[in-house]
Design a protein around this ligand. Structure first.
Ligand SMILES: NC(=O)C1=CN([C@@H]2O[C@H](COP(=O)(O)OP(=O)(O)OC[C@H]3O[C@@H](n4cnc5c(N)ncnc54)[C@H](O)[C@@H]3O)[C@@H](O)[C@H]2O)C=CC1
Ligand SMILES: CC(C)CC(=O)C(=O)O
Ligand SMILES: [Mg+2]
Length: 383
């Protein structure tokens, strides 16, 4: 029996919808396994600008610090697109990651075999599935480098500086090699060392760290090639470790191999057990408020929270198994609807629509599956 304080930052767009589904799932899991989750909401992003005038109020950072973990939906949207860099909703997210020391972002891209048809790649490329862990550096690089605008003889010039220190690269490389030790023991370090000095330092430090992990095979790959190889042969990858911007881009690409960006969770971690858990997608303004978002990325992020922050492995698996079971049963959200084979009756009627769920309904299905699976477990153990 554990008591855990979870700060919930729903944010903007579909953030509130997917967070609600994840909280429902966490609550049910807690009820079954005897844990209590205390959810406390905080503002960040566009909604915080609207309500407080600041994208990241101090009260939000304080609440996160006083919590055991954070669940974050997404921030940003067209309403705030004309704001200056410092004032934008996205700055809140970068600020939270930095303030909370969350330098390691784990983004697992695993294909659910029930969704094979949602993958745009040929069946023979997917084979018996892909299982990639992208380890993205999260508090350094170009997103945090010097930036600005200045006059030049060719008009205004804007710049963003990519820089990495040895210490920053070392700690993320250690995280990647540690992860690989529990997986297939293969690390691909992705950089642009043929062009960028920061990547040359990156490559040197990752190579040095690899000497402490003789069982792990290390290869280096340029990011342009990595983007291509992900499509050509995603099964070659086990752990990919890379910089903030490259990891951001490659993980969106990897998500589509699994069928949709609405499926990929992430854990943002620092040194201790504290973490912030966020789907990799954004606020999806094009579908916000329509109850059509896929909540699975947020729900699987809550499973990562149980595993990484609270050490609740069985509970995390329970959520992951429920997601798999619901997908195997044929239920889909709109983004993955094409992955369900349309069944035609003899009269030619198609029955696929009945299986397409809204965000809320998908969350409830997964919650109910957790309940149902637990009953089966309880019945089995009583024999
Ligand atoms: N972690 C965060 O808070 C992030 C915030 N953003 C912000 O979000 C806003 C929109 O950015 P976009 O580039 O459009 O990226 P996005 O990830 O929000 O959306 C890209 C596409 O994927 C779809 N999509 C995303 N999540 C989905 C889900 N759960 N279910 C079904 N479909 C989903 C959207 O409908 C859209 O067509 C921007 O303001 C951006 O800065 C973007 C990425 C991450
Ligand atoms: C504000 C952005 C860096 C958010 C994003 O795209 C991400 O973390 O994936
Ligand atoms: Mg991104």
């Amino acid at each position: 029996m554990g008591r855990f304080k979870v700060a919930v930052i729903e944010g903007d767009g579909i953030g509130p919808e997917v967070c609600r589904a994840a909280c429902e799932v966490l609550e049910k899991t807690g009820e079954i396994f005897g844990h209590e989750f205390e959810f406390n909401k905080a503002l960040a992003g566009g909604i915080a600008i609207d309500e407080t005038g600041e994208c990241l109020p101090e009260a939000t950072v304080n609440l996160c610090r006083a919590s055991d973990s954070v669940l974050l939906g997404a921030v940003g949207g067209p309403k705030w697109d004309d704001f200056s860099g410092e004032a934008r909703p996205e700055t809140a997210l970068l600020g939270l990651r930095e303030e909370l020391g969350l330098y390691a972002n784990l983004r697992p891209a695993t294909i659910h075999m029930a969704l094979k048809n949602a993958c745009p790649l040929k069946e023979e490329i997917i084979g018996d599935g892909i299982d990639i862990l992208i380890v993205r550096e999260l508090t350094g690089g170009i997103y945090f480098g010097e930036k600005g605008w200045k006059g030049s003889k060719n008009g205004m010039k804007a710049y963003d500086v990519e820089s990495y220190s040895e210490a920053e690269v070392k700690r993320i490389a250690i995280r990647a090699f540690d992860s690989a030790m529990n997986r297939q023991k293969r690390v691909v370090s992705v950089d642009k060392a043929n062009v960028m000095e920061s990547s040359r330092l990156w490559r040197r430090v990752v190579t040095e760290v690899s000497h402490d992990y003789p069982e792990v095979e290390l290869t280096h790959m340029y990011v342009d090639n990595a983007a291509m190889q992900l499509i050509k042969d995603p099964r070659q990858f086990d752990v990919m470790v890379t910089s903030n911007i490259f990891g951001d881009i490659l993980s969106d690409e990897a998500s589509m191999i699994t069928g949709s960006i609405g499926l990929l969770p992430s854990a943002s971690l620092g040194e201790g057990s504290f973490g912030m858990y966020e789907p990799i997608h954004g606020s999806a303004p094009d579908i916000a408020g329509q109850n059509t978002a896929n909540p699975i990325a947020a729900i699987l992020s809550s499973a990562m929270m149980l595993r990484h922050s609270f050490g609740l492995i069985e509970e995390a698996r329970c959520i992951e198994n429920a997601v798999t079971k619901v997908l195997e049963s044929g239920y889909r959200t709109y983004d993955i609807k094409d992955s369900y084979k349309i069944i035609k009756s003899e009269e030619g009627r198609e029955s696929v629509n009945s299986m397409i769920m809204g965000c809320k309904e998908m969350g409830s299905l997964i919650t109910n599956m957790i309940q149902a699976e637990n009953k089966v477990f309880a019945n089995n153990t009583s024999f």
